[in-house]
Design a protein around this ligand. Structure first.
Ligand code: ARG
Length: 402
């Protein structure tokens, strides 16, 4: 009997070619595994394709709920936007898929696991570090990276080996999608000076053609996590699917930015993340209503570090857990609702309320009913400006002396 390898299989070019390469170049049997994180592919078709190419067994794993509860929710609490723009959709799914690879490998007594990542991206880092942290003894095979294959070479190999490429014909873009967003790469997008063609987008209407009427939504949060839309409590997966749908129709969530990959390459990245864009905007606003200014300014640093670790493949890093202890502590008070207005590509928070709000109308109001005594400010300004004034006096005196 041949040794077995479990391959994370998406049905795309890289992983299809990988099945055959592992069999031929390494002489292993291949078990394929597809994890459903809400990418919306036809799992039955993927399984059939894997078997036609030569997989001896296939696993389809529905991990949508786990993905939302353990990964997306944590990203919401951390306001995670890499380099201020990218909600980490692909980055969040990799450690989950890696953990499933390890699970299946153990169950099947496989000697190793495999993925179709190239050697140019972040995903290889995320897979490898998570796998090695969970199970150091598993061998990791990444055929595309090992053989340094280009897309053209893969297509040639696939043709030679009669690997069915129904999905690949005329495919211009390289896509990765899950509940938290859709990433679109390659083809015309590789020229960062030109606008992405409309055909690159599937989840979002163009803002120009989006609905002509604005739409208001109220999102309820409990401990930093969204749980209801317009008063209707929804399960985690449905809530995100629904928001992707509604916000997508309003042209919300298109992202186009220059991204620094971990391995040093700068790349132009295009995403569609409608639900993520709306939820993060609302969550961030609610935090500003509830947390103190000291908590907020420190949390920015923590959020930023959390986001960097997750982007950079360090889901298993103990620092991440420690940062989460801080983040979760702040979210204990994060109850309330946020009203957003969706209109032609933009999401704007237009209202918020919370039993935990620090907003005090009696202090903030400009009316005579205010409890804020303006004379308090005089002494405050005196002390607050003390060091700045002193430094400027010194600067002036020094100029005179020179
Ligand atoms: N640049 C993004 C990231 O590093 C998107 C990656 C998409 N992955 C893919 N295999 N197409 O997270």
């Amino acid at each position: 009997m041949r040794d077995k390898i479990v391959l994370a299989y998406s049905g795309g070019l890289d992983t299809s070619v990988s099945i055959r390469l592992i069999q031929e170049k390494y002489d292993f049997d291949v078990i394929t595994m597809t994890v459903d994180v809400g990418q919306g592919s036809n799992l039955k078709e993927i399984e059939e394709k894997a078997k036609i190419i030569g997989a001896i067994k296939h696993y389809s794993i529905d991990a949508k709920e786990e993905f939302v509860k353990k990964y997306i929710f944590q990203a919401i609490k951390a306001n995670a936007l890499y380099e201020g723009k990218y909600p980490l959709s692909a980055a969040l799914s990799r450690p989950l898929i890696a953990s499933k690879l390890v699970e299946v490998a153990k169950k099947e007594n496989a000697i190793g696991v495999a993925h179709g990542c190239t050697g140019k991206g972040n995903d290889q880092v995320r897979f490898d570090i998570t796998i090695k942290s969970l199970e150091p003894n598993l061998r990791i095979i990444a055929p595309i990276r090992e053989w340094n294959l280009s897309r053209d070479e893969e297509l040639k190999y696939a043709k030679e080996k009669k690997i069915p490429l129904v999905f690949e014909k005329n495919k211009v873009y390289s896509i990765d999608q899950n509940l938290w967003g859709r990433s679109i790469e390659s083809g015309p997008l590789e020229d960062p000076s030109t606008e992405p063609p409309e055909a690159a987008f599937e989840w979002t209407e163009s803002p120009e053609n989006a609905l002509n009427e604005p739409e208001y939504l109220t999102i309820n949060f409990r401990e930093g996590i969204p749980y209801a839309i317009n008063g209707e409590t929804l399960d985690a997966v449905t809530l995100i699917e629904k928001l992707n749908n509604i916000a997508g129709k309003h042209g919300i969530g298109r992202i186009d930015h220059m991204e620094d990959r971990l391995i040093g390459i700068k790349s132009r990245e295009v995403y569609e993340c409608p639900a993520a864009t709306v939820i993060l905007e609302a969550h961030n606003d609610l935090e500003k209503t509830i947390l103190t200014k000291h908590e907020l300014s420190f949390k920015k640093l923590v959020d930023n570090q959390w986001t960097f670790l997750v982007y950079s493949g360090l889901w298993m890093e103990p620092l991440k857990e420690a940062l989460e202890a801080f983040i979760d502590k702040t979210q204990e008070r994060l109850f309330g609702k946020v009203k957003v207005k969706l209109y032609k590509g933009s999401v704007r928070v237009v209202g918020r309320s919370s039993p935990m709000s620090l907003y005090d109308l009696k202090l903030a109001t400009y009316k005579s009913s205010t409890t804020f005594d303006q004379t308090w400010s005089l002494g405050f300004i005196e002390l607050w400006g003390l060091p700045t004034r002193a430094a400027n006096i010194l600067k002036r005196n020094k100029k005179k002396r020179d």
